[in-house]
Design a protein around this ligand. Sequence first.
Ligand code: FES
Ligand code: FES
Length: 186
Amino acid sequence: MSLRTIPISLTINGEKIGPIEVPEGLMMIDFLHEYANLTGTKLGCGQGVCHACAVILDKEDGSSATVRSCITGVGFFANRSIRTVEGHAKAGGEGAAPPMSPVQQAFLEHYSFQCGYCTPGFVNAATVLIERLQREPIERSRVEQVVTDSLNEHICRCTGYVRYHSAVRDLILATPGLTRENADAS
Ligand code: FES
Ligand code: FES
């Protein structure tokens, strides 16, 4: 019996990849690890529960969303554009540490993670939230709840939830354009 394959082309972190022949039922996380040599996306539960494996899908309308790569076949991403955790820090010069994204920097400054296994998923979820607020700022009074809603499904076995939450909240409140004054503020 021969394995059925499909040709896949997509853009990852701004780089066009493919066409590559891959097994038809291949999950995206296995494509990233085995075909794209990108191992930063982590496999946790493998069942769509923990969100450790979340990657960012850049949609044609300019918005972004997270997608769980452990339960989403690579075919879903054909001819689409995604970002993984490897795409956030910009490449530095030789020997230089690459500048991190604002979300990564906030997590570092807040000591948000311990083992770091869940961090790629949190980075991607927080980045999607920031990008949504750039398009649709919210009242400052709603920030706590919106951050909770955005990170709620991400599981951290080292229980870093509070520091992840405060890092994203503080970043949002300190970044111009993401929030507006409450409607009832005088
Ligand atoms: S590893 Fe994908 S949701 Fe847990
Ligand atoms: S920092 Fe270890 S699982 Fe979250």
